[in-house]
Design a protein around this ligand. Sequence first.
Ligand SMILES: [Zn+2]
Length: 555
Amino acid sequence: MRNTNMSLNKSLKIRSYHFTGLLTFYYVFILNAALIFHAYLFIRQQESFVAALGLLLVFIVFICLLAWCLLSLCSIRWIEKPFFIILTNLSAILAYFYVYYGVIFYDNSPIVRAILQTDLHEMKEFLKPSLLVWVLFFGVLPSYLIYQIDIVRGHRKIEWIWKLLGVMCYPLFYIVTLLPTNPIFQPMLVLSGITAKPPYQIIPTNFFENVAKHLISSTHFHVPYRIIGSDATQQKKIPSLKPDLLVLVIGEAARSQNFSLNGYSRITNPYTTKQEIISFKNVSSCSTLTWVSVPCLFSGEGRGKFIPMMSNYQDNLLDIIKRVGISTFWIDNNGAGDCQGVCERIRHIILHDLDGMVAETFKHSISQLSHQDAVVVLHLHGSHGPDYFEKYPVAFSFFKPECRKNEFRLCSQQTLLNAYDNSILYSDYVLNNVIETLKQFSTHWNTALIYTSDHGESIGEGNRYGHGMPYFMAPKTQTQVPFFIWMSDGFRDEKKLNVQCLENKANHESISHDYFFHSVLGVLNIKTSIYQPKLDLFKSCQTPLYKQQLSLRKS
Ligand SMILES: [Zn+2]
């Protein structure tokens, strides 16, 4: 028996550089198999079969070298076994998300954020039986082999030479991929619609990059709190005028192209279509992620200057509104549960229900508002995937058959789209309920509603699902969002707003989330030095100014 064990151990003996080589082979050809396959499909679209194979070969050699450099650097006696076991299991998880969701592991992707912040609620959405089976095969099984083998050290000098080569080659390879003029890697930078720079996509390169980034960003520096718009004042109205009640609704993963208000062939907005809605057709979001877009909407910095990490250390739109004496209230049903920090300093309530409850809660909350100007934010669960079917009641399953599974790839694109459209339809019903409530209360208030979504969504187009792709490479499905305004007659008249002017803007101008902050400030008559009139949708449509512009154009 003892002899058998000894011979087994003997047969599992392996030299350290052979071990690194085998590990490199496993990472490249097994864990990166989907990436290589996508690369081939992409290159094949542009090149002949032979040229595509040639380019693919170069690509494979490149990622082999990149992986080998990194793995040989980490091959350090005493710690290499536990290190590679952990790395292999984590890499198996990354490969799973790439294959199943088309998710690239980078610091802003939802799953990475969920893992790094141990957000159990978000992580729960990703824990599926297929993940367990996958990790068992591609993580645990190779880990067992790593555990069993006996790594024999080679000559110390040779080992150090290999490591030194790795240290020198890795940055070199990295730089080569980023060269914009590189003729070989450029086509691969836009690999088959899963576009990203190779280091972002290759396992385990992306893992190391993101851990390093996270360590740097989580190093806590003392950041002094920044008060924004400290000079803000609200222009007082004549006491006989009704107070304003402005409702800001933030949707979830609703994309513009699936709104019949914006020309979608399916009737997904049957309720709000009957209201006097001004729907902006060309609106880009601040980001493709909830945790970036939501604070960005309420920050006056706009997409170009907004830094997500800083948003918790400074005032936002609601702080300014509250400071000038307007009452504020936030009703959150988004699921992330914390309104992304935006409602921290104002009165808020967190729900975990279907969005219909948001409209109900809003209706009841109006009676608690004092009779003065008020801003209420409703943060919906909207159309968050992959389980779109769980975002609406059965009575709203209008488009059939719908996907009723928790994983994107277990359903056809059409059934997913049906479920997604049902969720848009249900949001439309909820929004309409809120508008009806506002109509009821418009004898006492001048009421208005602004709706937009935090970002869009991919539903299998180009093999992409969900959202969260880096903005520079995200498809329009993830960045083009709905944005509409509803106003009571009293609100429109008091603000002297020209509806035709707003409709012209909505149909012909391209706007972005950057307009949200300044439009809200402007329409509430809040004066502050940070207000930018050019980003106020209402300003140029206020009657005296609009008339002035018309006469200028005529003359
Ligand atoms: Zn979102």
